[in-house]
Write a protein that binds this ligand. Structure first.
Ligand SMILES: [Zn+2]
Length: 163
């Protein structure tokens, strides 16, 4: 990505976030809650590190402890029961150490995907969104965050005007 397109993309995302914040907030907070419920120790450890860094009890270095790259490193926990024992790692090293497990909830989606059947056709939400002409985020938000029935989620028109 060129610098210019990066800047354009950043501006686009800022605008998108501003427009969609209120609408998407329930989805995000629900996701966070689910995540915190599923990984209580991990979530607590992250809060403790965040507070410790804020209060100056833990100093975040300016480079990765593993590869030495200058960055704003992540706090990596070997043991979530010892939240203040951390290794500071760049994103790439952190990713490498955790492999797919770290981002399993957000990126790699190792879990089997839920499929939905309608009129004899079976697809995942992403495919359904394309088929019925909704944005993927709209459809997943309706079904997963708002708890609409699948039937209603694909039938109701989007409330975005001027598309
Ligand atoms: Zn590194």
């Amino acid at each position: 990505m060129s610098q210019e397109s990066k800047r354009e993309h950043a501006a686009y995302m800022r605008e998108w976030n501003r427009k969609n914040y209120t609408r998407c907030r329930p989805l995000w907070t629900q996701k966070q809650r689910n995540y915190a419920k599923k990984h209580p120790l991990k979530t607590k450890a992250h809060y403790i590190v965040g507070n410790a860094v804020r209060d100056g009890r833990l100093i975040r270095p300016s480079k990765c402890e593993r590869c030495g790259k200058s960055c704003v490193p992540h706090a990596h926990h070997k043991d979530y029961r010892r939240p203040l024992v951390v290794t500071w790692l760049c994103r790439a090293c952190h990713f490498e150490i955790h492999g797919s497990t770290l981002w399993a909830d957000t990126v790699s989606r190792k879990r089997p995907e839920r499929l939905y059947t309608h009129n004899g056709e079976t697809h995942n939400l992403k495919e359904w969104a394309r088929i019925v002409g909704l944005k993927c985020t709209t459809l997943t938000g309706r079904v997963l965050a708002y708890g609409w029935s699948f039937q209603r989620a694909i039938s109701e028109k989007t409330w975005n005007r001027g598309q």
